[in-house]
Ligand binder design. Sequence first.
Ligand SMILES: Cc1cc2nc3c(=O)[nH]c(=O)nc-3n(C[C@H](O)[C@H](O)[C@H](O)COP(=O)(O)O)c2cc1C
Length: 203
Amino acid sequence: MHYSPANRDRALLPHDPLKAIVAPRPIGWISALNAAGELNLSPYSFFNLISSPPTPIVMFSSEGKKDAVSFVEETGEFTCSLATFDMAQQMSLTSAPLPRGQSEYPFAGLETAPSVVVKPPRVKGTPAALECKLLSITELSDLDGRMIDRFMVLGQVVSVYVDEQFLVDGQFDIVAARTIARCGYADYSVVDSVFSIERPPGG
Ligand SMILES: Cc1cc2nc3c(=O)[nH]c(=O)nc-3n(C[C@H](O)[C@H](O)[C@H](O)COP(=O)(O)O)c2cc1C
């Protein structure tokens, strides 16, 4: 079958499958401060690393201008903590729409750990986190040039935290970390195995 995303057959597809097709998506667990020093923590699965070192850049996108975007806009910094299976319930709790300025950390039973280059902390206990400085915030538009109330944030990674207990032979062990990712509907996946393929020469 083929269908237009705006007009799917709701008898056949009661729930939109798009986010189950573009899956699993990494989760950026974004922490940011506003100008008043209030803290926000929220998960974003419209999230990815879109440029490698020496200029690593991450992207997250917000449907509506949520606190993560407006806080980053005010202070220019954020962190992305890695969400893991052990922290999955707490990660989900941090998506609650708390009043602006009420931190999701205590609400989800989480603690902060200090960053080294930026002011927003990371989630204490996460196996890895990225400290980022804002490059740009772009409101997305559609084919007709209409603004669609989606805000794409780009940030340059200026410092990387790795819990050394997850290093094996110099590599970050995502099976040990049990990294989780977002699938469609209410589903998640957890990394419990990996396989390796060498690229062709020059690939
Ligand atoms: C795993 C997960 C991934 C999410 N990804 C996104 C996303 O990519 N973009 C988005 O706008 N909202 C996403 N949400 C919802 C936001 O996290 C939620 O609306 C936000 O935390 C609300 O808090 P705020 O009002 O403090 O901004 C996601 C929620 C969960 C649980």
